[in-house]
Design a protein around this ligand. Structure first.
Ligand code: CP
Length: 354
């Protein structure tokens, strides 16, 4: 079975193939209008979404397929206590492919273990958002024409932003990447991820305390929103929310060909006055999301070998993951782990198991 669970499911060749297909769909949409005729997609969204759910829906409809699903799990039998494995087993009977978003980290991996159709991870907690990363990569490719030799500023909530972790993972595949990390107080990049970054010869990073010091060196500025929904109390959010705001004045410090990306939704971290700057690529980025998802649906329905040859080797364990939002805390799944750098990691959310 072939799925799309995390950004490491794709090699450089896989990414280029998907991007080439997405660009062909953009250039020749009529040629793909019946490509999924007779096929059905289920969008199972346990968390709110505008772009991801609607772009998946639009993608399948534009391929000639049909879409069913839910955007409020409380209106489904989840509210009666149905488990995720059971829901996935059932929905697999009705459709050819499933895109799902869940608040538990590792939920998409669980779904892939129980479903009988391809599963696409449309975001699992603060963990992964691989189709956003493919959207980001398509946008970088269209706007800048390269993935190597880039200086990328990551600004805002680097702790809870799943799009940031997924983009970092994807960029590890390319040469001469320099990250500039500009985090809100208390929302710095996870120390494990920072440690991991130091182990890559093709990657370097610097930490900056403000956006003004970083802007002049960047090819890509990736802005993010403080993820209010991930905080367990309001006072921590109030302390952290005072964020970096990109405005027209600051844009005067940026390179002529820098692009500003944002997975959206934005709150107040980019002033609306920036929207008309040609370097503001975030609405073009959101548009690209539909086309890369069309490419992904097509490839997965063709049985595209994205993940199967690169699956991690998991061991069955007896220790529960201590991440309170790991899917293993609430769903009846086996504890699985893998080893990396002599440490045992939860297979679902990647936390170190102590
Ligand atoms: N970028 C993104 O995931 O947006 P939504 O939450 O609206 O889907």
């Amino acid at each position: 079975m072939k799925h799309c669970i995390g950004p490491n499911d794709y090699s450089k060749d896989d990414i280029l193939e998907l991007i080439t297909l997405a660009e062909d769909i953009i250039a020749n949409p009529k040629q793909y209008a019946n490509a999924c005729k007779g096929k059905q997609l289920a969008t199972l969204f346990y968390e709110p979404s505008t772009r991801t759910r609607l772009s998946f829906t639009s993608a399948m409809l534009s391929l000639g397929g049909q879409v069913i699903g839910f955007d409020d799990a409380q209106c489904t039998s989840v509210s009666k206590g149905e488990t995720l494995p059971d829901t996935i087993r059932v929905v697999s009977n009705y459709v050819d492919i499933i895109a799902m978003r869940h608040f538990k980290e590792g939920a998409a991996l669980v779904a892939s273990q129980y479903g009988s159709v391809p599963i696409i991870n449309a975001g699992d907690g603060s963990h992964m958002h691989p189709t956003q990363t493919l959207t980001d990569l398509l946008t970088i490719h269209k706007e800048l024409g390269r993935f190597d030799n880039l200086t990328i500023g990551l600004c805002g909530d680097l702790k809870y932003g799943r799009t940031v972790y997924s983009l970092i993972d994807a960029m590890k595949k390319y040469d001469n990447i320099h990250f500039v990390l500009i985090a809100n107080k208390g929302l710095e990049l996870n120390s494990e991820v920072l440690h991991d970054l130091k182990t890559y010869n093709n990657l370097t990073f610097t930490i900056k305390e403000n956006l003004v010091d970083a802007l002049g060196m960047l090819d890509v500025l990736y802005m993010t929103r403080v993820q209010k929904e991930r905080f367990t109390n309001d006072s921590d959010y109030e302390t952290s929310k005072h964020s970096f705001v990109l405005d027209a004045q600051k844009m005067t410090l940026a390179k002529e060909h820098m692009i500003v990306l944002h997975p959206l939704p934005r709150v107040d971290e980019i002033s609306v006055e920036v929207d008309n700057d040609p370097r503001a690529a975030y609405f073009r980025q959101a548009g690209n999301g539909k086309y890369i998802r069309m490419a992904l649906i097509l490839k997965l329905l063709e049985g595209y070998d994205i993940a199967s040859s690169k699956e991690k080797i998991y061991s069955v364990g007896d220790k529960q993951c201590c991440n309170t939002i790991c899917v293993t805390q609430s769903e009846p799944v086996r504890y699985l782990s893998y080893n990396l750098d002599s440490k045992s990691h939860c297979a679902y959310c990647d936390y170190i198991i102590k």
